[in-house]
Each structure stands twice: as structure tokens, then as C-alpha cells.
Design a protein around this ligand. Structure first.
Ligand SMILES: [Zn+2]
Length: 354
């Protein structure tokens, strides 16, 4: 995939391409630069991994009708990469002013949390005033205004093993303690609007049910809307574990972290989004708005690094991360036209607020 993208982007006139190592993985990212000396610089970002493993049965694209392509990653986000490439081809074919340079950063690990490429985003963010993120648009064409921050946590309960038939027992059941904790954790979204918490997996105990289990563990997916909620949700988890931890022989420990802070919408995003909408009107495209998204993206990392960015600029489609994933083919053209016109206006200094 990296090789194919490298060939396509290297064919853009006047660019240089470079394979960039990522942390903790053999996979590499692709960096493309154009006029790095220009006074204004814009970052265009995308990822070329999908959620489907090599042995997933969903491997092929299928034309459902003349508007709809179903296939693995067609929307998230190969479609977005096509939009980006076509927009740049069109932009560069129009004799662009020398005032604008761009950098394309395509990464291999977004779907697994961007742990290997996070540092690349943080570093690239310093060179730019604006980021454009080509994650999918919503099924109705809306862009993404803000995104939840995401974290992965592990709750580990330790008790004391013993015989189930011994009464009163000095054993301590780790499963029962964890269950008590999890019932409270499951209530957090109701107590704290804006926070989501999913208990994704629990394990513990054994087939030998006459043994009191001394170990149980749960994996939690936690999502927050605002940065300030991060400490609050961690404090609440600690508060739920505290009464259990005062009991002799039982201990609940919470480990993990937030890997993507929330992407919040600021004044630059407001201005740039209005300009993007205006481009749509000038092209006679269907009107669109923007919405809050529960899923994270690399736009979160750019925001955390202080780079305002517009997200959801990719193709229109739906049912991401399932074997029903599809994209709307005419939106490839429309979204590429939109982006090309926006870049042109950016180069001509017609976008305020930056
Ligand atoms: Zn994606």
C-alpha cells in the first residue's frame, strides 16, 4: 500500500516524497512535500491501514450500483486518500501561486491508536497553521466539528484463592470484587454527560468452580468530550475502587491512559469551515453542516499539538469497520473539487482567520 501511494503521490509535479520510520513498528509513513520554503504551509493527513486483517473474509470491492462501491476501507479511508490526491492533482494543474506549500502525511497505524505515528503528527503540526484531515464525511455529507478523546484502561482485581466449600472462608473472590466495581463504572456515562465507558472484555476464574478466584480483569474503552473530563473520569474510577480496596485481602488496580485527547472546535476551525461551506455553494454542491463524532482520529493529535484542523474532508459513506462498508462514488469527485477550490483560495490569501 505504501509503495502504491508513494508512486501516485510522487507523480504530482514539483513534490518530494520520503518514507518515514514510525516508533515501535516496522511500518513506515509517507511524507510528501511541496514548496517547503513558501510562507504559508498546510498539512493534509490520512492513514492507509484499515481495520480488516489479512485473513478477514471481507477482502474485495463490489459495485453495488452505479453510485455505490462496497469494500474494505473504501470509506475509511482509501476514498479520502483518493479525494486528497485528486484535489492536489487539480490544484497543481492550475498554476498555483508560490505563496502556499503543503505537506502530506500518510500513516500506517491510525486504526490501532496511532501509537507509532503520534510523534510524527506532533512534529509536523509545528510547521503548519492548518491541518486538513481526510477521514470520511458523515453519511449525509456533514464534516466533523469535534471528536471525543479516547482511552484504554485495564481494571485488575486481586483477591485470595481458596476452597469454595470452606465456610467461613478466608478466601477473597476477585470476580465478585471486580463485578462490584464494574457496575459502578457502567453508570459513569449517566453521571457524567459527555463521557462514554464501555466494558469491552472481562476475564477471570477457571473451569474448576470449587476454587475461589484470586484474579479478575476487565478492559475498558473510555471516551471524553472535553479535556477537563479526563481527570474527572479517572478520579471517579479511583473513587469506585477505593471502598473495595479498604477490605482486607482485596485490591483493584486501574492502569492505562488516554491515547487521543479530545478534538475541540476553536475559532480557526469555525472560520475555515465557513470557507469550506462557501466553496461548496460556489460549486453548486448539496449543502452540508458539521457534527460531533464519538470516534477519534489523527485530527485529535493535531489539535493536541496546537494545530487547528478541519476533519471529515474525505469521501461520503457508511458502515465503517464492518463488512457492509461502502462509499458514494460521486462524492469522490465532489469532495475533491471542494478541496481543490479551498486550496486555491488558501493560496490566494482569501481564507481569513489563519
Ligand atoms: Zn479512518
Amino acid at each position: 500500500m505504501l509503495g502504491l501511494l508513494e508512486a501516485d503521490f510522487a507523480a504530482l509535479p514539483g513534490v518530494t516524497t520520503e518514507r518515514v520510520p514510525c516508533a515501535n513498528t516496522a511500518a513506515q509513513a509517507l511524507r510528501v512535500r511541496y514548496r517547503p520554503e513558501a510562507p504559508h504551509q498546510v498539512l493534509l493527513s490520512g492513514h492507509f491501514d484499515t481495520v480488516y486483517s489479512a485473513d478477514n473474509p471481507f477482502q474485495r470491492c463490489e459495485l453495488v450500483d452505479d453510485r455505490t462501491l462496497r469494500g474494505p476501507g473504501v470509506t475509511d479511508m482509501k476514498g479520502g486518500l483518493v479525494v486528497m490526491l485528486a484535489a492536489l492533482q487539480s490544484y497543481l494543474a492550475s498554476t498555483p501561486p508560490a505563496t502556499l506549500g503543503f505537506e502530506v502525511l500518510l500513516t500506517p497505524d491510525e486504526e490501532t491508536g496511532s501509537f507509532g505515528s503520534a510523534a510524527l503528527f506532533a512534529e509536523a503540526a509545528k510547521r503548519h497553521r492548518l491541518g486538513l484531515v481526510f477521514e470520511p464525511a458523515r453519511p449525509n455529507g456533514n464534516l466533523v466539528q469535534s471528536r471525543k478523546g479516547t482511552g484504554n484502561f485495564v481494571a485488575t482485581a486481586r483477591g485470595r484463592a481458596g476452597h469454595a466449600g470452606k465456610s467461613p472462608s478466608d478466601a477473597r473472590n476477585a470476580i465478585a470484587a471486580l463485578a462490584e466495581f464494574l457496575v459502578g463504572a457502567h453508570r459513569i456515562p449517566a453521571e457524567m454527560p459527555g463521557v462514554l465507558l464501555n466494558i469491552g472484555l472481562i476475564r477471570g476464574g477457571s473451569e474448576a468452580t470449587n476454587v475461589v478466584p484470586d484474579f479478575a480483569q476487565a478492559l475498558l474503552d473510555v471516551r471524553i468530550t472535553r479535556t477537563v473530563e479526563r481527570d474527572a473520569v479517572l478520579a471517579r474510577l479511583a473513587e469506585l475502587a477505593a471502598p473495595i480496596n479498604t477490605r482486607e485481602g482485596l485490591r483493584i488496580e486501574i492502569t492505562g491512559s488516554f491515547n487521543r485527547p479530545p478534538k475541540e472546535c476553536g475559532p480557526v476551525e469555525e472560520t475555515v469551515f465557513a470557507a469550506y461551506q462557501q466553496c461548496g455553494r460556489e460549486l453548486g454542491l448539496a449543502p452540508f453542516s458539521w457534527v460531533h463524532a464519538g470516534g477519534g482520529s489523527d485530527g485529535n493529535l493535531l489539535s493536541a499539538a496546537g494545530l487547528p484542523n478541519l476533519d471529515g474532508l474525505g469521501v461520503i459513506g457508511d458502515h465503517l469497520h464492518s463488512d457492509r462498508e461502502f462509499c458514494i462514488l460521486p462524492s469522490l469527485v465532489e469532495r475533491a473539487q471542494l478541496c481543490a477550490l479551498f486550496l486555491r483560495k488558501l493560496a490566494e490569501g482569501k481564507i481569513g482567520g489563519l
